[in-house]
Design a protein around this ligand. Sequence first.
Ligand SMILES: Cc1cc2nc3c(=O)[nH]c(=O)nc-3n(C[C@H](O)[C@H](O)[C@H](O)COP(=O)(O)OP(=O)(O)OC[C@H]3O[C@@H](n4cnc5c(N)ncnc54)[C@H](O)[C@@H]3O)c2cc1C
Length: 416
Amino acid sequence: MYLELNTDITDEQRAIREVTHQFARDRLRPVSMQLDAMEADEVIAGDSPLWDIFAEWYSQGNHLIFISENEGGMGAGPVEKYLVYEELGWGAVDLGISLAVSAFPFTYAARYGTLLNRPSLHEEILAPFLEDREGKVRGCWAITEPAHGSDTLGPGFESFRQRDAAGSCRAVKDGGDWIINGQKSSWVSNGTIATHACLFCTIDPDKGMAGGGVALVPLDLPGVSRGKPWQKIGQRGLPQGEIFFDDVRIPERYMIVEGDRYEATVEATIAGANAGMGALFTGVARAALEEAIAYSRERVQGGRVISEHQLVQHILFEMFSRVESARQLSRAAMAYNDTPNPPSVEHSIASKVVCTRTAFEVSSDAIQVFGATGLTRGMPIEKFLRDARMSLIEDGVNELLGLVAGNHLSQVYELS
Ligand SMILES: Cc1cc2nc3c(=O)[nH]c(=O)nc-3n(C[C@H](O)[C@H](O)[C@H](O)COP(=O)(O)OP(=O)(O)OC[C@H]3O[C@@H](n4cnc5c(N)ncnc54)[C@H](O)[C@@H]3O)c2cc1C
């Protein structure tokens, strides 16, 4: 276990980290290596070890870490949440994301059930998730579409409000119901295995993307169908795929955001998701650093283990410095977002961009330390590189996110 620079971590928090670390080391890492070598449809087949991971995670109530105590969850603080995220990312970021995004619609059901005073959201959507100890109630965040990727994640941009930017997955009011038609992209994480979606769709196309709404949609409703499991270069243990909606009818109460609140909701969601990504990919960067250190102590060249060569020591130091910097930023961003203040968009995006870039570059440096051995299929280190490469696009292309944060800085950032 690494040296903890933050001296105010409590014994209880250390214990949470240790338990999650053991799960990450003994279960997530080996199972994700196994899933990495399988085809996308095998990953979600009935006999896949993916289901064991879900069952083990839920059996101890770990999925409740993302729900506040007064809404029936664990009531974990920001430090506990951060430590769990980093360890999940350290073990296997693909499975870590799958487990974390599973809670997504239920955190919204919890929050909006209280905010809008709609107890039915707690009873009908949240309760089954709270009670689940088998990993059978799983969520996803469905926002991007085949023709709208970055378009969906650009709140604050003029183009977000233009009519021709409107999404094609639409919700239309019909008496006391909403009827949904359209599809979400093949990149929806957990799209093929989720029982519930937090669906970001279009209500008023005249307002472009800004005319959107957020609905909680049980995915066993008539008219819902799925695409085939998506094949990709990394994060292969994370099931992804399209969701199609064909005249899917939901009650009015499941539409939790509409009208002028949509753009601000997208912004807050980007902040929350990006802060989580920062923590998860700090874990990937740390895992790559540790692999490189361990290998450098074994590999002999020039008559000595390569860790004794100053060149290698320097590479390790550079990697270490970047991991620690990523950790401090991502931990602080996540802690801030957990306060009653509105989340900080620019800090959260900075965290995601810095940490994913760090994970990618540190994984690449680690392969340099491994030499050709690091390029071998089936080595954790080459999987880290592929997983990290995905993250530069995941939850928003990094450059595009930088524009969202830059736009914020130019307009609302307070100067001292
Ligand atoms: C691993 C992974 C997990 C994902 N999980 C989810 C999920 O859970 N739910 C979900 O809905 N989606 C998910 N996505 C989709 C993801 O959010 C999109 O891939 C991402 O937002 C980029 O969209 P795109 O791929 O369509 O690229 P595009 O938007 O087509 O971008 C292509 C290029 O054009 C540039 N570009 C685009 N717009 C502009 C602009 N206005 N100005 C300047 N340059 C621009 C981009 O920077 C990029 O370089 C996931 C993606 C990945 C890779």
